[in-house]
Ligand binder design. Structure first.
Ligand SMILES: [Zn+2]
Length: 375
């Protein structure tokens, strides 16, 4: 892939100070152990190559990806044995009512047999309730404990799959976008189903984005203590940087120590060929515009992907204390008088001890996910 000289790297929402993320990777040096990324969404035949450069530079050697099923062949081809596929529904279909019910139920076997997937994802963020109401006429139809989800979980279990769940979104969204609790429920309500289902489907679970509650380590401590089969990942970089940085180092360290082996490194990097091209004005008026706008050239896509590994590694490995290089729209969402679209939160490094880093970066994932995949 042609290399973009550093001086052409544009300042952007993913690179507020205009860092050279290639030079930064060299400055950080190789991680204490090759990293496994337990949570990503790799798509796009061209974008995957940009991703692979960022991954290599930041020392990530294996990626669990929630790829679109119609792109899984191409991504497998590009990534060889360094991709592990996680089953996901067809979000790209127009008929979401079907793709989230019969469609996903039928696809699970294809994911298992053709792509070797050993984990099935259940995305039940609050917004799923709007989708259920719009496409299935029942706000509860796609809740984690709905009839369809439980049928799919049973099928996944019969196919020898783990369960992955996205339960809740940031506190910032519950305070703003999801303030209507009649539609979206309160944040704590979303956990009732996972607490019940984790005891019914007893295989390992991965509850994404620090269980959906990085703001609240005592809650996560209780959740992990009550359910020994639950695991978390550190994915959703902006959310994790904003909220984890707020915890005192001793508290974060104590939490990671106590639950050693149950927290996986994950980025939630999303790649698509749409990041490599300019978008039309019509496209920028669609609901997908927020994601499309994240990058519109190969250099910008590189910065988008590399920035996630830069931020996570800087937070876990170093004693950095300063503004995150990534703008975070949740700041403006919660306090528009104080923040704008270029605002970024404080990123504080935890300078984790080497042994703990090894577990977080690789060993936890090897002990749980890799073992499960190999079984
Ligand atoms: Zn994700």
């Amino acid at each position: 892939m042609p290399r973009m000289p550093a001086d052409q790297a544009a300042r952007s929402v993913n690179n507020l100070p205009g860092l050279d993320y290639r030079a930064e990777a060299a400055r950080l040096g190789p991680p204490v152990t090759p990293i496994i990324d337990a949570h990503s969404h790799i798509n796009g035949e061209k974008a995957v190559r940009v991703y692979l450069e960022a991954r290599r530079l930041y020392g990530v050697t294996l990626t669990y990806t929630q790829t679109r099923i119609d792109q899984a062949d191409a991504i497998r081809e590009a990534m060889g044995g360094t991709a592990r596929f996680v089953a996901v529904p067809r979000w790209q279909d127009k008929d979401l009512g079907r793709s989230h019910t019969h469609g996903y139920l039928d696809d699970l076997a294809v994911w298992r047999e053709r792509f070797g997937a050993r984990m099935a994802k259940f995305w039940t963020a609050p917004r799923i309730r709007e989708i259920a109401r719009e496409h299935l006429g029942d706000v509860n139809a796609l809740n984690l404990d709905s009839e369809w989800r439980v049928r799919q979980m049973q099928r996944a279990t019969d196919l020898g799959m783990m369960i992955m769940a996205h339960i809740a979104d940031p506190d910032t969204r519950f305070a703003t976008r999801y303030a209507d609790s009649a539609t979206f429920l309160a944040k704590k309500d979303h956990y009732l189903a996972v607490e019940r289902l984790a005891d019914r489907f007893t295989q390992p679970w991965l509850v994404a984005h620090m269980g959906g509650w990085p703001e609240n380590l005592p809650f996560l401590d209780g959740l992990l203590t009550r359910h020994p089969n639950l695991h978390l990942d550190t994915s959703a970089t902006k959310w994790m940087v904003r909220e984890l940085s707020k915890h005192p180092r001793e508290e974060m360290l104590a939490f990671l120590e106590k639950h050693r082996g149950r927290i996986f490194f994950g980025s939630d990097i999303v790649t698509t060929d749409d990041h490599l091209r300019e978008k039309s004005e019509a496209e920028m008026r669609t609901p997908a515009a927020r994601y499309l706008a994240l990058a519109s050239s190969e250099a910008a896509a590189f910065d988008l992907y590399a920035s996630r590994y830069w931020a996570l590694r800087t937070m876990f490995e170093t004693a950095h204390d300063g503004d995150s290089p990534i703008a975070d729209e949740d700041l403006r969402m919660t306090d528009p008088a104080r923040y704008n679209e270029w605002s970024s939160p404080r990123l504080r490094g935890f300078a984790l001890p080497e042994g703990l880093l090894r577990v977080l970066y690789r060993e936890a994932c090897e002990d749980v996910l890799e073992k499960w995949w190999a079984s």
